[in-house]
Unconditional design. Structure first.
Lengths: 170, 415, 382
């Protein structure tokens, strides 16, 4: 499976003229160039995406230290050993940290959003890593660390990150 | 007193291939690291530092070693990123050398890789000159007093290479058949290297001559592939080489250097134009490196050479510029079989870059393969039969302007 | 091998948000001016190290055109595709090895005029998990870190604003800073645009066009350049794991380890007492208390007191970023080198209005990667 990504590099061409009418002047031209890349998700994230299709959150368990990494990866950094064991983690967890966001950064542009929203780091039951996700809450003033939250899924899943729409208070 | 540094292990992630849709970039690097460590007595945590590099515009991931932190073992360790275009792999290796030679670290891993199936290699290379080309279209070619800047940019890197090839052939009084011949040698060498990408056992001059011309005198069969793969080298101080090397056979780094010439864009500056076949910089760097390595007569004292040729004509050119063959004599050496694996100056027994080119790895593969030759560990039939006292590994990149030269040997330089 | 290496010369451009000259001319003029100041030529430099990045330069193998401009024609040169202090670290290793005696390190980028910093930063995020999901970026990571710190230690938005004002005031007195804010105040900072709270626009470093050049020399060659060498007495650098969910953003253990290593090498047992000032590479002012404490310069959680008592001000107990830091100018690849240049200026009593009195020992820091994944620390002394 692969992830598509369009990369746009805006190249600014600058040149300071040496002789003739351009002498001493610097001219700039903005040149939008599109390079197209096809980045592969890889083995571990493929497991994660397959899990999302089934409304499951998958992690990778290190055979040595038993830590469970979410999203899964093929190696345990602590033990410096490969991982090929995938386990399901819980759908509920504790909100460990969060920030209230007033913007969205798209293609490097900081864009305003209509309503502030919460980005949280959640410790799911059975996971060692924190999972980042949007926490939907009636009022951003009410969000607190230590809250219990649970995953909310799309009705029809497709094996994409958007299948896990957000977390909400449990 | 300088510190002696040796390469104690060379690891590949596997055979270099065109596509790996099943894994991502960190997962590409992971097996090369494990492979290199498995050939030593080292535990993964005993690597003191890592130096990494690739040409990251080819995959569109800025500094991918950050993402791959856990997969190569850099998480929790000193990590430095080096990138110098085509010579990246060698520059990464040379930085790893300085990590140990400085005395700050004893065991350092150098890693180079590229995953070309995730991007468009031609566009990446065109990106070097595209800003100048656009500037010319908008403001005219004379705006900065430089002319013809896109002259060699036409056709991407092949345009410049064709110019270089014609200049070389004319000076050496050789013909396109020599390029066909050496290209065939490389592909059949690659067939004896289990890690090489394009393996064509028994490849002949006629096979290459059948391929279409891109830009005379360069044919499709003279160009390099785009490959996916990773290589890891482990460097150690003298003491740690003894402690962690599985055998006592290591490859000592006897001399190393790099140099930067002017970008051969076809600019006519003050009435002069750089001939990309001259490669004066290579001669200067090679001389310096041989002196450092204590080598007085490279023609006699170097038993094998791994040179970086993006196009087959360069396999004829580099041995001359590196002082291994007299000027203009490579075609003769080729014709009498001197460059073959069992010849008097084996050239690219690995198959070279025209058989395998994962850009970020390629210059390091030259060093790794030279190390394997010194250690007598090259697999699949591409180990040269003679005892290798000294080997030279060369790297090349940029707009025909960057060069790296490394000499590896069986014994360290006498202090 | 060489035992000791010193900074023997340095120069930075007047950083701007829109450079009047092209990148190549900018670094050429800078290096030319530095050489003229020291009365040397490129023949006096053995090796050249660039700190730049194809992504920030917007072209592949950008060093094709920048390497000749720093005087490296026909010389041994290389490029560290990371922060400027890492490049200085590599130069330091090259000289320690004994193969070279002198090195020129140049870092630069056109982060003010040629690209949107968040765009280029976003490319360091992996393309298959964080980038497509779009919620984790350099700004939101800093916000999560700041919130963890603020919650644990009752550090308030006002405290953070006061800290930002301190940096802006220092930047106003720094002739090289790009960002000049008239009469910076807590109210103005608190009124600036909220991004990911508590990060507001005012807390974000000033991405700018600029360059910095530093010359390193072995002890035996130092006299050729200056009679005021600044010695590199300790270095440390470590990289953290990539995924934010696997990191302890508050503890910054790998920054701590880097600082500890540098202190040990420099024979420093009590950094709070023995360090006279610190130049810290912060992309957001909220990183300052976290990093300073991780580096052992202040007690963990003391941020509120530090701000209230003015301890990190130029006239305080341990000045942090007397130059104004990256809040004044952040030309990305140059920023780490600028910290080294600023610290060197302080130790040589050349820091003008921002001079810390009697500065003898400084700690210098640079970061790279999302959420300061990679940290480099130098201890320098006169």
């Amino acid at each position: 499976m692969l992830a598509m990504y369009f990369l746009i590099l805006y190249i600014t061409v600058q040149c300071t003229g040496k002789e003739g009418f351009m002498a001493g002047e610097t001219v700039k031209a903005m040149v939008p160039i599109t390079f197209m890349y096809k980045n592969r998700v890889g083995q571990a994230l493929q497991v994660y995406l397959n899990g999302l299709k089934e409304k499951k959150i998958m992690g990778a368990r290190c055979p040595t230290c038993k830590k469970v990494y979410v999203p899964p990866k093929t190696v345990c950094a602590r033990c410096r050993k490969p991982i090929d064991k995938w386990v399901e983690v819980g759908q509920e967890g504790i909100l460990k940290n969060f920030t209230v966001s007033y913007v969205n950064i798209v293609n490097g542009e900081i864009l305003d959003v209509q309503e502030p929203y919460v980005i949280g780091l959640i410790k799911l039951k059975g996971a060692s890593s924190l999972l980042s996700g949007i926490v939907k809450i009636p009022s951003v003033d009410k969000v607190k660390t230590g809250m219990k939250v649970k995953a909310v899924w799309k009705e029809t899943t497709q094996g994409e990150y958007s299948d896990l729409v957000y977390f909400e208070p449990a | 007193m300088k510190r002696n540094v040796a390469i104690i292990s060379v690891g590949y992630n596997g055979r270099f291939v065109s596509k790996r849709p099943d894994i991502n970039i960190p997962e590409l690097i992971q097996p090369a690291v494990a492979n290199a460590i498995s050939k030593t007595k080292l535990k993964p945590e005993q690597i003191d530092a890592y130096v990494v590099g690739n040409m990251h515009t080819f995959e569109g991931v800025n500094q991918p070693h950050l993402w791959a932190s856990d997969h190569f073992g850099g998480a929790g360790k000193p990590v430095m990123r080096i990138a110098t275009g085509g010579t990246t792999g060698a520059s990464v290796f040379q930085a790893a050398y300085y990590h140990v030679a400085s005395g700050l670290y004893d065991v350092v891993m150098a890693i180079g890789w590229e995953k070309h199936d995730e991007g468009d290699a031609q566009v990446g290379l065109m990106g070097i000159l595209l800003p100048e080309a656009f500037s010319m279209f908008n403001f005219g070619p004379d705006m900065s007093g430089e002319r013809g800047i896109a002259g060699l940019g036409g056709g991407g890197s092949t345009g410049g290479a064709a110019f270089q090839a014609m200049s070389y052939l004319t000076k050496a009084n050789a013909g396109i058949e020599h390029i066909d011949r050496i290209a065939a040698l490389m592909r059949s060498n690659a067939a004896k290297n289990p890690y090489a990408h394009l393996q064509q056992p028994g490849c002949t001059e006629a096979d290459i001559a059948k391929t279409p011309i891109i830009s005379y005198p360069l044919r499709y069969g003279h160009t390099c592939p785009t490959s996916c793969g990773a290589i890891a080298l482990i460097l150690a101080s003298e003491e740690k080489a003894k402690k962690f090397g599985i055998t006592d056979r290591v490859a000592w780094v006897k001399g190393l250097g790099s140099g930067s010439s002017d970008a051969a864009t076809g600019n006519i500056i003050e009435g002069q134009i750089t001939d990309p076949a001259e490669q004066y910089m290579c001669k200067v760097v090679a001389k310096k490196v041989y002196a450092m390595a204590g080598i007085k007569d490279p023609k006699k004292e170097i038993q094998v050479a791994e040179v970086y040729s993006g196009f087959s004509h360069q396999d004829l050119m580099w041995p001359e510029r590196l002082g291994l063959v007299d000027e203009g004599k490579s075609p003769e050496m080729l014709d009498k079989g001197a460059f073959a694996i069992d010849g008097e100056l084996p050239l690219n027994p690995s198959g070279g870059v025209t058989s395998t080119n994962a850009i970020g790895a390629s210059a390091m593969v030259r060093v790794g393969e030279a190390a394997l030759q010194v250690m007598g560990l090259a697999e699949g039939g591409h180990q040269v039969p003679r005892k290798v006292e000294n080997a030279v590994a060369h790297g090349w990149g940029g707009l025909f302007q960057f060069v790296t030269v490394t000499v590896l040997g069986r014994t360290p330089v006498k202090k | 091998m060489n035992e000791r290496v010193a900074i023997v010369g340095y120069k930075q451009t007047k950083h701007t948000f829109d450079s009047p000259v092209a990148r190549e001319r900018m670094i050429y003029e800078l290096v030319k001016a530095l050489f003229a100041e020291l009365g040397i030529t490129r023949d006096d430099i053995d090796t050249f190290i660039l700190a730049s990045n194809d992504f920030t330069d917007g072209r592949t193998i950008s060093e094709v055109f920048t390497v000749p401009r720093i005087g490296a024609y026909m010389k041994d040169e290389t490029k560290v595709e990371s922060d400027g202090l890492s490049a200085a670290l590599y130069a330091y290793m090259r000289i320690l090895s004994g193969l070279y005696e002198t090195a020129l390190v140049v870092g630069f980028s056109m982060a003010g005029s040629e690209f949107r910093a968040p765009l280029i930063q976003s490319y360091t995020l992996d393309p298959v998990y964080e980038r497509p999901r779009g919620i984790i970026n350099y700004y939101s990571i800093a916000a999560l870190q700041a919130n963890a710190y603020m919650r644990k230690y009752k550090f308030t938005e006002e405290d953070l604003a006061q800290l930002t004002v301190k940096n802006l005031e220092n930047a106003n007195n720094n002739p090289y800073a790009a960002r000049k804010e008239e009469n910076p105040s807590i109210d103005k900072v608190l009124g600036s645009k909220p991004l990911y709270l508590p990060i507001r626009q005012a807390h974000v470093s000033a991405y700018a066009d600029g360059a910095c050049a530093v010359i390193l020399s072995s002890k035996k060659m130092a006299k050729k350049f200056t009679n005021k060498p600044v010695w590199i007495d300790g270095v440390g650098h470590f990289m953290d794991t990539y995924y934010i969910g696997d990191r302890d953003l508050l503890a910054m253990e790998h920054l701590s380890a880097a600082a500890k290593k540098a202190y040990k090498m420099a024979g420093i047992k009590n950094p709070k007492k023995e360090i006279d000032l610190a130049e810290i590479h912060t992309n957001f002012s909220s990183e300052e208390p976290v990093f300073a404490e991780a580096m052992g310069l202040f007690k963990p959680g003391s941020g509120k007191d530090v701000v209230k008592n003015g301890e990190s001000r130029i006239d305080g107990a341990l000045p942090i970023n007397p130059s104004g830091g990256p809040l004044g100018a952040n030309p990305i690849n140059a920023t780490g080198l600028i910290r080294l240049a600023e610290a060197s200026a302080q130790l040589r009593n050349e820091a003008g209005k921002n001079q810390v009195k009697g500065a003898k020992t400084a700690v210098v820091h640079a970061q790279d990667g999302p959420g300061a994944q990679l940290n480099t620390v130098f201890v320098v002394r006169r």
